[in-house]
Design a protein around this ligand. Sequence first.
Ligand code: FES
Ligand code: FES
Length: 176
Amino acid sequence: MQQTRMLHAPHPAQHRLRARVPEKMLVALTVNGVETRLKVAPWTTLLDALRDHLDLTGTKKGCDHGQCGACTVLVDGRRINSCLTFAVMQDGAHVTTIEGLAANGALHALQQAFIDHDAFQCGYCTPGQICSAAGLMAEGRAKSADEIRELMSGNICRCGAYPNIVAAIQQAMGRS
Ligand code: FES
Ligand code: FES
């Protein structure tokens, strides 16, 4: 019995670590143009902060491991996988999700292009595809269909809508 207690007794260093890590931390984010303050556990991903704390469920959780791109959002204009960053790491950042792309009641050019080209089937990957494509366009590196395919390769579509997705992005880039 005494041996069992010893096996499960926390190491003194674990005690000290637990004492140092706060249960909740304050994070300031501007999400889709709205200044927001959140109290989250330090290990809360940006993805979970958006979905579970701000009810912005357009951003999807696929793999939760940086493999599928379903969680792509724009942070200070750059596309990132929101499952791979903690919310506290983005303190002070401007975040744009799929809910923030339309402006003044008009769809973003990419949203319209995805509709025009039927660039989705189940739609689960679509918010990530569109946010990633917005980041791609801002980067200005993709000039051809092959470059679009290459630079969008982090966004998986299990329905295989790839040709339509590329066509939609080309339309939004004014290259169709
Ligand atoms: Fe983030 Fe898959 S959920 S990359
Ligand atoms: Fe279904 Fe892409 S439309 S995963």
